[in-house]
Design a protein around this ligand. Structure first.
Ligand code: HEM
Length: 581
């Protein structure tokens, strides 16, 4: 499989154009652009326009990431069920009254729905910092009010659903452009700064347009398989880093704060794919731009909470409580700035290749530039939002996975044995090897069940819907409580236990899908980065276990989960990496 796609034809055309004599006194526009130090947004647009003007197009007959755009007649992404079943579910979602003994009963109104009192909820969240315990509050409210209940968060009214079948009903009934949540504050920032929305913040047709472009390139396992080589280079650096950290430890084995290590890995891994460049986060001395970037990410991370406050505090209150909105804007400024620097660097890089008459080779970003399906502003916005979504999510999952393996040596041994039996001790795995080690996949699923990075998901109803016997009007914010459903014994027997084998298929027809645990969401608005995250995690877990036995150390403590927007380890995780080789 070609790892990169080329643009020979276009290049030839461009080189020919460059060789034509230019009118006296006018310098080559390419040279002029190449001499620009740091293109501003406008300069970057001009640069992109120049590159595109060279009519660079994919070589004929090449498919894949950078291949020709072939119109697709695909099923919707989320269509895991036969079309008939989806239609039925959709109908069931709208049908209305539940039937008892064949007699139709009218759906109840929201007024009849139980839920915590507004004041109690405000105290819980704003006074007792409930935002850092969203996962526990989900469970507590489910115990107190049942599997469907209503609550108020600041000005927002929310219906929470903590039932696997009701969640399935809502998600299967959704239309072509589902809305996750009210993104007004995100959209307002972008409007204020003249920025575009990206996949997370966009809605309706604008979202659909961008989603169609991106899903063609990164949604399927085979789309991202071509990144195995790049990811493996990052993994090699991470393993080197672990050996260095071990050598600095008193016992020669303990690595303190693996959270930090995996944060660097995830940042490096996802940047390799998104920006087609290395940041140097895993080097001994991290280059300054990467340090700045880490700070920007730290700011971004703290922003989750700020973002919640910024969204929850009504606009008229901003003059009195200005900090959340100010910080919200400041952190987005940092994120966009960082992304833009890397994107502009790539643009300049492409320009240099063209100037030198070289072939243009590239991955996701190059492809997005050249295909012209997204504007430059849309590329900035999507890369920024994908980076935001792709670093902490992956790194927290890795931290939890290592924590669970260290605390369950018997599980670790079973996974290790499968790896050795099916892949060997030294084989560097690629995406094609992952199906040969189903326990590694099961390990990830089970880790995400116990610690779903997003403890809850959201949908805004696009039409009136009857769920759990209640009529939920169009425009209602739903909170899908998948932390609560993940820990329900009725969905997962002995739910509190770490048992990856529960995800293994017993036969080719066996389905282990379970709406009780949908860590990447579901349907057309599900996580676009799922396959990237899985590749990063699967390949790393295999190699970590090939190299080391992961053990608890005297430093290892029980680490509680904490919600910071995402479900994070509530403290540093320390483990011993004992050499196997
Ligand atoms: C373990 C890692 C990850 C987890 C658990 C995760 C989880 C999620 C979830 C639950 C959603 C909402 C889905 C829905 O509403 O149905 C989501 C959306 C999204 N994720 Fe991820 N994610 C992960 C990694 C990534 C990565 C690596 C990227 C990018 C490279 C990414 C980019 C996005 C984007 C852009 C969206 C918004 C999609 C849209 O609205 O169309 N995620 N993710």
């Amino acid at each position: 499989m070609p790892r990169r796609y080329e643009f020979e034809e276009a290049l030839l055309e461009h080189v020919e154009a460059e060789q034509r004599p230019t009118p006296k006194g006018s310098s080559s526009p390419n040279k002029k652009i190449a001499s620009t130090n740091r293109p501003t947004q406008t300069a970057a647009m001009a640069l992109l326009a120049r590159i595109l003007k060279a009519r660079v197009s994919p070589a004929p007959g090449r498919g894949g990431l950078l291949g020709a755009r072939v119109p697709r007649l695909s099923r919707p992404e989320g269509a895991r069920l036969p079309a008939g079943a989806r239609a039925e579910d959709k109908e069931a979602g709208r049908r209305g009254a539940p039937r008892a003994g064949g007699r139709a009963e009218g759906p109840r109104s929201l007024a009849a729905m139980p839920g915590p009192r507004t004041l109690a909820n405000l105290v819980e969240f704003f006074w007792k910092d409930g935002f850092s315990r969203i996962h526990e509050i989900q469970q507590k409210h489910t115990r107190e009010y049942g599997k469907i209940f209503k609550s108020h968060f600041g000005p927002q009214f929310v219906v929470s659903i903590a039932d696997r079948d009701m969640v399935a009903q809502v998600l299967r009934a959704e239309g072509a452009t589902p809305q996750r949540a009210n993104m007004e504050s995100w959209q307002e920032y972008r409007h204020l700064r003249g920025r575009s929305t990206g996949l997370i913040s966009a809605e309706g047709e604008q979202w659909l347009k961008m989603r169609r472009v991106l899903r063609q390139r990164i949604l399927k396992p085979r789309d991202v398989a071509i990144f195995s080589g790049e990811i493996n280079q990052v993994i090699a650096d991470l393993i080197k880093r672990i050996y260095i950290l071990k050598s600095q430890a008193e016992d020669g084995e303990t690595v303190t704060n693996v959270n930090d290590l995996f944060f660097k890995y995830s940042m490096e891994g996802v940047a390799t794919i998104l920006y087609e460049s290395r940041l140097g986060c895993l080097e001994n001395s991290v280059p300054q731009p990467a340090v700045d970037y880490t700070e920007a990410l730290g700011l971004m991370f703290s922003m989750f909470k700020t973002s919640m406050y910024a969204g929850a505090i009504p606009r008229w209150l901003r003059p009195f409580i200005p900090k959340p909105w100010r910080e919200f804007c400041r952190s987005w400024d940092g994120l966009f700035k960082f992304s833009q620097i890397h994107i502009d660097n790539k643009l300049r890089d492409i320009q240099c290749h063209i100037d030198r008459g070289e072939r243009v080779r590239g991955g996701l970003l190059t492809c997005l530039f050249l295909s012209q399906e997204l504007t430059l502003e849309e590329i900035y916005a999507n890369m920024t939002e994908m980076l935001l979504a792709g670093v902490d999510t992956t790194s927290f999952t890795l931290s939890w996975a290592v924590y669970l393996l260290a605390r369950h040596p018997e599980v670790q041994q079973t996974v290790y044995r499968e790896i050795i039996k099916n892949l060997g001790e030294r084989h560097v795995p690629t995406a094609a090897d992952v199906p040969k080690v189903p326990l590694v996949r099961a390990l990830l699923k089970e880790t995400l069940r116990l610690f779903p990075v997003l403890p809850g998901n959201g949908r805004v109803t696009q039409e009136d819907l009857v769920v759990g016997g209640y009529l939920i009007p169009k425009g209602t914010q739903l909170a899908l409580c998948h932390y609560a459903t993940s820990y329900a014994d009725e969905n997962f027997p002995r739910a509190k236990e770490f048992r990856p084998e529960r995800w293994l298929r017993k036969g080719s027809l066996d389905r282990v899908d379970n709406f009780g645990s949908i860590p990447f969401g579901y349907g057309v608005r599900s996580c676009i980065g799922q396959r990237i995250a899985e590749l990063e995690i699967h390949l790393l877990m295999i190699q970590l276990l090939q190299h080391f036995e992961i053990k608890t150390s005297s430093w290892t403590k029980a680490v509680p989960a904490k919600t910071h927007g995402l479900l994070t380890p509530g403290g540093p995780i320390h483990v011993r990496f004992v050499n196997r080789k």
